[in-house]
Design a protein around this ligand. Structure first.
Ligand code: ATP
Length: 517
């Protein structure tokens, strides 16, 4: 199935099975804002728990906080967001559509890239085993020309952005004949900078009210609490502060479902360290964060690092963990070595000392920071899109049937087990409820008695429930049930008293945490 088709199916499935709904849908929705339904919110909570526990429970020196969304307006001056949290935007006068100029240019470059890839694929076919891609790239005239064009465009764009030369950004679009995908015209407005922060007013009297912002990231809530946590928790360097919370960005182009939203959630951790130790800790967090992703078993080949070449002036190093989304490799998480930039800025703007007295060195300094930052919603999308499968199964009568199954990592599955009485009568429903009453304290379970057992299995497959437990007449005689496993569809007769440990063995977070050692 083509990726685009699969992605459409995933989005439809997310709605049909109570994972993700368009916000305010009965009013035709609100662009790039989504609600999580009964199954989606469970999956999301499990993702958050996996992240927070891996930080706070597994590290003696990391603690969690929950800071407010509203912050003092000066915070965003100190952080640089008021001056520089901008995207360059451009409008097409014919279609009246608005675009991010950088995205238009990147998409144009990607088209040239695709042509290069096609040439390479053709040559590979022609030359067979003897084909050497590296040599072909460095000698084939057409490819060299195309690569040169890409390099020139990207360099010119980078220089224009650094010089804040928005006229030249527009000129790049004109010179390369980039057209509006909707109107097909080159009738562009000038490029303008657009600040992504939402603002609102604090206070009841509007004339006197101060403009404040909805936070565009959770990290600043951590920086401004650095000293509070360090002092009250008697934390010694190195130590980390982790936080999960909502962030808001007025994204110009919102697309790709929950990949780019205007209201979303972040999981961020700032690790405060002694200056000079940043390279060691940067490597530590790079490797641990990758392990965290890989432990889920979605496929190692789906992740890659993308090191930033154009670093912010204060950054020592930065890398993205990219994921192979249905629309290609895109940023899932950022890991940044941020020096003492953030704390020093807050020190300067607030006039309060934000330092650490290092007893070993017998001196005070502003700690350096390594940051890990990941979007909950993007993480949710990796799990949902990768676990969605339409599987063909051969029935006993030889017929082929398709079952839709979400192979969600068991620890993250919204429902861990479904308890299904074969029929309502003969005391089977009561027995099933008895089992449910026993399991529900440890696991999120569901009881279902409607429709045939086959239909009930399909419904549970479609929401990714690892186990279905069926209660039949034999159960009443010998205290056994059949337990069916989601991925293999294997059924096994087991004693009721063993159910808890069987389910636990599969869904316990410990299975994931052990892989992080
Ligand atoms: P992008 O380049 O995709 O806009 P970014 O570099 O601006 O992302 P950061 O500011 O580093 O993103 O934010 C950290 C993480 O927050 C990202 O890796 C991503 O997972 C998530 N994130 C950022 N913006 C959004 C958004 N609009 N919707 C959903 N998640 C987001």
């Amino acid at each position: 199935m083509a990726n685009a088709d699969k992605f459409k199916k995933v989005i439809a499935h997310a709605k049909e099975y109570g994972f993700v709904f368009q916000s305010s849908e009965i009013y035709d929705g609100l662009s790039a804002v989504y609600d999580y339904g009964q199954n989606g919110s469970e999956l999301k909570n499990n993702i958050k728990r996996y992240w927070l526990d891996s930080m706070v429970k597994l590290h003696e020196n990391i603690v969690g906080i929950d800071s407010a969304i509203f912050m003092h307006p000066t915070v965003w001056k100190a952080s640089g967001h008021v001056g520089a949290f901008n995207d360059p935007l451009i409008d097409n006068k014919d279609s009246k559509k608005r675009y991010r100029a950088d995205v238009l240019i990147e998409d144009f470059v990607e088209k040239i890239n695709i042509k290069i890839k096609k040439d390479i694929a053709k040559a590979k076919k022609r030359f067979g085993d003897a084909f050497d891609e590296k040599e072909f790239r460095s000698t084939n005239g057409r490819i060299l020309d195309r690569q040169k064009k890409i390099d020139e465009i990207l360099l010119r764009f980078k220089t224009a952005m650094e010089k804040e030369d928005l006229a030249d950004v527009k000129q790049i679009i004109i010179d390369n004949g980039i057209i509006c995908p909707v109107s097909g015209s080159k009738n562009w407005t000038d490029v303008r900078q657009f600040n992504l922060m939402f603002d609102t007013k604090l206070g009841s009297v509007s004339e006197e009210a101060d403009v404040i912002y909805l936070r565009p990231e959770t990290a600043q809530g951590i920086f401004v609490n650095y000293l509070n946590v360090q002092k009250t928790g008697r934390m010694k360097l190195p130590f980390g502060i982790a936080q999960i919370g909502k962030a808001f960005r007025n994204e110009i182009v919102a697309r790709q479902f929950i990949f780019r939203m205007r209201e979303f959630e972040q999981m961020e951790m700032q690790f405060f360290i002694r200056p000079g130790e940043e390279d060691k800790w940067f490597e530590y967090w790079k490797s641990l964060r990758m392990k965290w992703h890989e432990a889920l078993g979605l496929g190692k080949e789906k992740y890659r690092f993308h090191d930033h070449e154009n670093l912010a002036h204060y950054a020592k190093a930065a890398t993205d963990i990219e994921f192979d989304f249905p629309f290609g490799f895109k940023e899932l998480e950022g890991i940044h070595s941020r020096t003492d930039f953030d704390l020093s800025q807050h020190q300067e703007f607030s006039g309060k000392k934000l330092q650490y007295f290092d007893p070993e060195l017998n001196k005070s300094y502003v700690p350096y920071v390594i940051e890990t930052s990941i979007g909950v919603d993007r993480m949710f999308l990796t799990v949902l899109a990768t676990s969605f499968e339409e599987e063909e199964i051969k029935k006993e009568n030889g017929k082929i049937e398709t079952r839709t199954v979400l192979r969600i990592p068991p620890a993250l599955a919204p429902i861990k087990a479904a308890i299904l009485p074969l029929m309502k009568k003969d005391g089977l429903a009561e027995k099933a409820r008895e089992i449910l009453d026993d399991l529900k304290y440890d696991f999120n379970c569901q009881y279902e008695e409607k429709d045939s057992i086959g239909k009930r299995y399909r419904r549970q497959d479609a929401i990714g429930t690892p186990y279905c437990i069926t209660v039949d007449h034999q159960t009443l005689e010998d205290e056994t049930v059949t337990i069916r496993e989601r991925d293999t569809m294997q059924q096994e007769r087991v004693e009721i008293r063993k159910l808890s440990s069987i389910i636990d063995g599969k869904v316990n977070f410990k299975n994931l945490f052990k892989k992080l050692r």
